[in-house]
Design a protein around this ligand. Structure first.
Ligand code: F6P
Length: 328
């Protein structure tokens, strides 16, 4: 089915991630290429409700492909959760003549978009933007690769000081309820242990592993802890626990925090964002709706948003095995 879409609105929502700007640029330029109008919507759903719109042409996205964050800003918006908020947003879109939306964000952003689509039959298309890599229907979300590089770089630096002082570091990384960042960055940075929510192996195992590590001649160690780890103790409690049971260790904690969401996107994220932006606009113009663009085996695919938000991403079992072997 061919669509009659003439004006696409694009916005970023939820936690920002590197590559969002590259995706905005791609959506805007694809619209220009297809000779349809494009409007930037500021501050996600909040800007939608307030009519915070700005027409965007190909030149308005010059020199942003390399920038972290999002030029359209992002916000969490409770008002859009209410029917009244969504009605106001619909009025604003109608008044502006916007007849299709590209949402760049995570599952929370997609949930809002889907409700809106069902209520108003409004065409929507999703691009997964989050460092957590926790969205079903894509092997990689925008920003994940950059965040991994940022985390590995930070851990390399922590290792320098850890080894100078013969210390054990617990490094907490982001990822909400999933361990993708922890596992991949942990393997990439050569961490001695990786604690992730998907694999609760217990604290005894951690102590045993640290004892073995000491015995085998390692003078310093890095333990990566995913923020959603379910060992029952946060990084600071883990520090106390190990100090109490293995006083031989001089322990420090480093919580990497929001620096993981910033920085210039990697080449991989820029290319992926450019590809996803084109695909999202093309799909809308083909009359498709309520889908999310994803990548699998380096091919772009479309998954119903309904599935993307309900499905679960699986951790790479082979990588868990690799990690176990590497930490011997
Ligand atoms: O979803 C991205 C993410 O950075 C998570 O890794 C983290 O748990 C959360 O957002 C932090 O959110 P906020 O920016 O609201 O503190």
């Amino acid at each position: 089915m061919k669509s009659t879409i003439k004006k696409i609105g694009v916005f970023t929502s939820g936690g920002d991630s590197p590559g969002m700007n590259a995706a905005i640029r791609s959506v805007v330029r694809t619209c220009a290429y297809m000779k349809i109008e494009c409007v930037g919507i500021y501050r996600g759903y909040q800007g939608l409700i307030e009519g915070d719109f700005k027409p965007m042409d190909a030149r308005s996205v010059n020199n942003i492909i390399n920038k972290g964050g999002t030029i359209l800003k992002s916000a969490r918006c409770d008002e859009f959760r209410t029917p009244e908020g969504r009605a106001t947003a619909h009025e604003k879109l109608k008044a502006e003549g916007i007849d299709g939306l590209v949402v760049i964000g995570g599952d929370g952003s997609f949930t809002g978009a889907l409700i809106f689509n069902k209520e108003y039959n409004f065409p929507i298309m999703g691009i997964p933007g989050t460092i957590d890599n926790d969205i079903f229907g894509t092997t990689f979300t925008l920003g994940f690769d950059t965040a991994l590089n940022t985390v590995v770089d930070a851990i390399d630096k922590i290792r320098d000081t850890a080894s100078s002082h013969n210390r054990l570091f617990f490094v907490e990384v982001m990822g909400r309820d999933v361990g993708h960042i922890a596992l991949n960055a942990g393997v990439g940075a050569g961490a001695e242990e990786i604690l992730i929510p998907e694999e609760d192996r217990g604290l005894e195992r951690l102590l045993e592993s640290l004892k073995r590590s000491k015995k085998s001649g390692k003078s310093s160690s890095i333990v990566i802890v995913a923020e959603g780890d379910k060992s029952g103790k946060n990084v600071f409690e883990l520090k106390e626990y190990v100090e109490e049971h293995l006083p031989i260790y001089d322990v420090r904690v480093s919580v990497l925090g929001h620096m993981q969401r910033g920085g210039s996107p990697s080449c991989y994220d820029r290319v992926l964002a450019s590809r996803m932006g084109v695909k999202a606009v093309e799909a809308l113009l083909e009359g498709k709706t309520s889908l999310m663009v994803g990548v699998r085996d380096n091919e772009l695919i479309l998954t119903p948003i309904e599935k993307a938000i309900k499905g679960h991403t699986k951790l790479d079992k082979e990588l868990i095995r690799v990690s176990d072997i590497m930490t011997t």
